[in-house]
Ligand binder design. Structure first.
Ligand SMILES: [Fe+2]
Ligand SMILES: [Fe+2]
Length: 191
């Protein structure tokens, strides 16, 4: 009996300590004391990624609508698909900001200046594809840097950015293929 009791005591203490620690850290959400990064800096960076993704959603959505007007169904479908995927990225980043204890900034005011990529309205289909290719390349370059930045200090955010980067590289590739297929061909009736 005595040996059992001796074994139980530290176990009970551990459980109680774990419970009180868990209660004390509830307000910190997913950020445990093991988080090695600078949470405030991580949130600031992710707000800029969020703005970049929102601008991508807006640009692709506008392009999908405009491309439909100039009767190019296959390109419209591509733009639509990208708009949906950018929306997925936007959501992932917003959720991560929330997990880190921040409030995702969806304020349209100042959105363009928070974003790493620009909102440029192409005059015709080829221009739209070119602008998207530029934006995707900027995003890829920026996200590669961020993956190195988060490194081992915040593996959860790093893995999320790696998943997004895979998708952005596909987007850049898709835009490049479309450009090769459409370059030099008049796309608007006015041309
Ligand atoms: Fe994206
Ligand atoms: Fe993209």
């Amino acid at each position: 009996m005595k040996t059992v009791k001796a074994e139980e005591q530290p176990f009970l203490t551990d459980v109680q300590e774990l419970r009180s620690r868990a209660r004390a850290s509830i307000q910190d959400g997913a950020v445990t004391p093991a988080y090695k990064g600078d949470v405030h800096q991580a949130i600031r960076i992710l707000q800029s990624v969020l703005a970049t993704e929102i601008v991508c959603v807006l640009r692709y959505t506008m392009n999908a609508v405009a491309a439909a007007g100039i009767s190019s169904d296959s390109v419209k479908e591509e733009f639509d698909e990208h708009a949906k995927e950018e929306q997925g990225h936007m959501r992932l980043v917003a959720e991560r900001i929330n997990q880190l204890g921040g409030t995702p900034n969806f304020n349209p005011e100042g959105l363009a200046s928070r974003s790493a990529s620009q909102y440029v309205q192409g005059a015709n289909l080829v221009e739209m594809i070119k602008e998207n290719l530029v934006a995707e390349r900027i995003a890829c370059e920026h996200y590669r840097e961020l993956i190195r930045f988060f490194g081992d200090s915040d593996p959860t955010t790093r893995v999320m950015m790696e998943r997004i980067l895979v998708n952005e590289e596909e987007h850049a590739n898709d835009m490049h293929d479309l450009l090769v297929a459409h370059e030099g061909r008049p796309m608007l009736p006015a041309n």
